[in-house]
Structure formats: structure tokens, C-alpha cells
Write a protein that binds this ligand. Structure first.
Ligand code: ADP
Ligand code: MG
Length: 227
């Protein structure tokens, strides 16, 4: 069974001169363990596509099927659950909570729901494991301000994976990093997604970073073209 199937997804934004089409028929399928890079000019709709897949915004038409769920058909409670359980986000800015330690930050997606003691212990164990795997095993009690830009993105990757998402959406996750850290974070995302058997879509402006990915697309006139 295909884990992600996107068919003819269309979205326009209203403007004074009438609706501006941004997504004009997106088709995409992905299997577990797959990773793709998405490039394209600024304003071409890359972020909009990630937001629609991640149920932060609704499409106008078309269908999405992630493990049998179409987020455009869900009510708001179910949407929050979909975002929490199926999707992991990594942004250009790490969005770590400055007053919380690295370990607390990685645990934070688990705070949205009341948990049993057993679940809470399992989540803390998973947070520690993820932080070791992203190379931050010795930084659990540090505050984000004590980390480098690359380390903060590593923490953001661990946080995105806490609740075992099926699909990780990373919007220019290496955009603020120097070249060496950018490569390291992109490779880390690829390794982690393979190990977790999840799926990954990474938006990037860098053709070098895109070159690390087995599948590459470019957003062109609101559609995905092979790149
Ligand atoms: P990219 O991520 O490729 O730079 P975006 O998806 O952010 O592009 O934006 C695509 C287009 O949609 C742009 O023209 C942008 O101005 C417009 N857009 C994005 N979000 C909104 C919004 N919430 N309301 C109106 N227009 C928007
Ligand atoms: Mg964008």
C-alpha cells in the first residue's frame, strides 16, 4: 500500500484582482522510507504544499491520502490529532522554547495530550534515544542558547520525530546554516527517516543539498516537475 498519495491538489489564495492559483494540480506518491527534495523559486508554492500536507491549511480541491487519512476531510479535533500523530515539522528557524532544556524541547510535542505514567516514561526514553542518535546525547540539560545553529536544528529534528510521524515536512531546514552544518543536518534527516521508515519532504534553495536526495522535484507553475 502506498503510504502517501496526493492527487490533483489545487489551492488558490484570494487577492484583490481575484484568486491567485498557487497549487495547480499536485500529484505525488511516496512509500515508507522515501525522501524527496523540493526546489523552486521563492513564492512558487513550496511552503503552501507543505502546509496543505501537514493540515496547517486546507486545499481547495483534490485528495490527500496519508495512511488512509485525508486531512481535508477532518474536523478540527481530528486535524490536531492528525498533525500530532502523523506529521513532523522542521522549520528554517528551530522554534525551540528558549527557557526549556534540549530534552524538554524534544519532549514538548508529547505535552499536547494527557499521558499515563507509563507513556510519559516511554516518551522520555525515546527523547533521550533520539538525542543520542542526532549527536546531542551530552547536551540534554543545555538550553537552546548554548547550542550552535546546526545543533539546534538537530534538536528540532529529534523533536519532529518524537511521536513517530509518518511524514516529516522540513521547510528550508538548512537555510540558516553554514555549508558544513547544512550538509550534516540534511544527511541526518535522511538517515533518521530511513531508520524510522518514515517519509521526508525537504524544501531547499540549494541544488547541492537537493543533490543528496534520491528524489528531486521542482515547483513549476503550481505543479511538481522532476528536477
Ligand atoms: P514558497 O514557499 O515557494 O516561497 P509560498 O507557498 O510561501 O511560496 O507562497 C506561494 C504564493 O502564495 C506567494 O505568492 C504567496 O504570496 C502566496 N501566499 C502564501 N500564503 C498566503 C496567504 N496565507 N494568503 C495569501 N497569499 C498567500
Ligand atoms: Mg517557503
Amino acid at each position: 500500500m502506498t503510504a502517501l498519495r496526493v492527487q490533483n491538489v489545487v489551492k488558490a489564495f484570494p487577492a484583490l484582482s481575484g484568486p491567485v492559483p498557487v497549487l495547480a494540480g499536485i500529484d505525488l506518491t511516496m512509500e515508507p522510507g522515501e525522501a524527496m527534495a523540493l526546489t523552486g523559486p521563492s513564492g512558487s508554492g513550496k511552503s503552501t504544499l507543505l502546509h496543505v500536507l501537514g493540515a496547517l491549511e486546507k486545499s481547495d480541491s483534490g485528495s490527500i491520502d496519508l495512511d488512509g487519512i485525508d486531512p481535508s476531510a477532518l474536523n478540527s479535533d481530528a486535524l490536531a490529532d492528525y498533525r500530532n500523530s502523523k506529521i513532523g515539522f522542521v522549520f528554517q528557524d528551530h522554534h525551540l522554547l528558549p527557557q526549556c532544556t534540549v530534552l524538554e524541547n524534544v519532549l514538548s510535542p508529547g505535552w499536547a495530550k494527557k499521558r499515563s505514567h507509563t507513556e510519559a516514561i516511554a516518551l522520555e526514553a525515546r527523547s533521550r534515544d533520539l538525542l543520542h542518535r542526532v549527536g546531542l546525547g551530552s547536551r540534554l540539560d543545555h538550553l537552546p542558547a548554548a547550542l550552535s545553529g546546526g545543533e539546534r536544528q538537530r534538536a528540532a529534528v529529534a523533536r519532529a520525530l518524537l511521536l513517530k510521524p509518518r511524514l516529516v515536512l522540513a521547510d528550508e531546514p538548512t537555510g540558516n546554516l553554514d555549508r558544513t552544518s547544512a550538509f550534516a543536518v540534511a544527511r541526518l534527516l535522511l538517515d533518521m527517516i530511513a531508520a524510522e521508515n518514515a517519509m521526508l519532504i525537504v524544501v531547499t534553495h540549494s541544488m547541492e543539498i537537493a543533490g543528496l536526495f534520491p528524489r528531486r522535484y521542482r515547483m513549476e507553475d503550481g505543479r511538481l516537475a522532476p528536477a
